[in-house]
Write a protein that binds this ligand. Structure first.
Ligand code: NAP
Length: 218
């Protein structure tokens, strides 16, 4: 039997790498384009990639994302464009593309705990990630009549390069105090949830923002 095709962005490392592995274990043929093949910060690259894609996707996981820290007052136009294109607008375009597939069954957008609250220097990141939640809910309604499930997963602090780059050792110790489970999460903790939401075991969860944060927001 022909394998279902899953398209995953940002599959080179971190959470995305683990999602790719998990979906492969579940039996999908996973397409995980490199940045050279699909540069999400570049609208033309996204359009070219979409136009050259020849197979119908069943699953889309929009995982890639960047986090350029900075106060809203001082944020540069260049960084704003980069954040909006990479985190939000390319996701919109890929969702539109996936929606045109006759085989599409599930879409999962990787947001963040910063989609539901924010913090100093994370205003623009929060703006892009809360935008993803709006997109997720709207698309769940649009695609619901076709039986397509659209959800977001919002990680808390997960051990990846992004975490190491943005969080000092001192801040890490402080954060542990605010996390019920007193540790950062693994990439597997996110990949498992994504795989479930996209699997046939999920028949009735759609339009949701599933927070996987070890109790940080509790
Ligand atoms: P990561 O380790 O920094 O990896 C980011 C991934 O996105 C890489 O595969 C990277 O590709 C890709 N990427 C970045 N810019 C791109 C572009 N312009 N075009 C194509 N690909 C691009 O990130 P992560 O920590 O695994 O995070 C994955 C997702 O989870 C992100 O959306 C992030 O916002 C979200 N998240 C993470 C955490 C956390 O604690 N780590 C918490 C909350 C939410 P290259 O290898 O080519 O750079």
């Amino acid at each position: 039997m022909q394998k279902e095709i899953a398209l995953v962005t940002g599959g080179s490392r971190g959470i995305g790498r683990r999602i790719v592995e998990e979906l492969e274990q579940e039996g999908y043929e996973v397409v995980a384009p490199t940045r050279e093949e699909l540069d999400l910060s570049n609208r033309e690259s996204v359009e070219n990639y979409i136009n050259s894609f020849r197979v119908d996707v069943s699953i889309l996981v929009n995982n890639a994302g960047i986090n350029i820290l900075g106060s809203v007052e001082e944020y540069s136009q260049n960084d704003l464009t980069l954040m909006m294109e990479t985190n939000l607008l390319s996701t919109f375009r890929l969702c539109q593309f996936a929606a045109s597939s006759d085989r599409i069954r599930a879409i999962c957008n990787i947001a963040s705990v910063w989609s539901v609250r924010s913090y100093t220097g994370r205003g623009v990141y929060s703006m892009t990630k809360s935008g993803l939640i709006g997109l997720t809910k709207g698309l769940a309604n649009d695609l619901g009549p076709r039986g397509v499930l659209v959800n977001a997963v919002s990680p808390g602090f997960i051990e990846t390069e992004m975490t190491s780059a943005n969080i000092s050792a001192k801040r890490r110790e402080e954060l542990y105090q605010d996390i019920s489970l007193k540790s950062f999460g693994s990439t597997e903790s996110i990949a498992n949830v994504v795989a479930f939401l996209c699997s046939k075991k999920n028949s009735y969860i759609t339009g949701q923002n599933i927070i996987v944060d070890g109790g940080f927001l509790s």
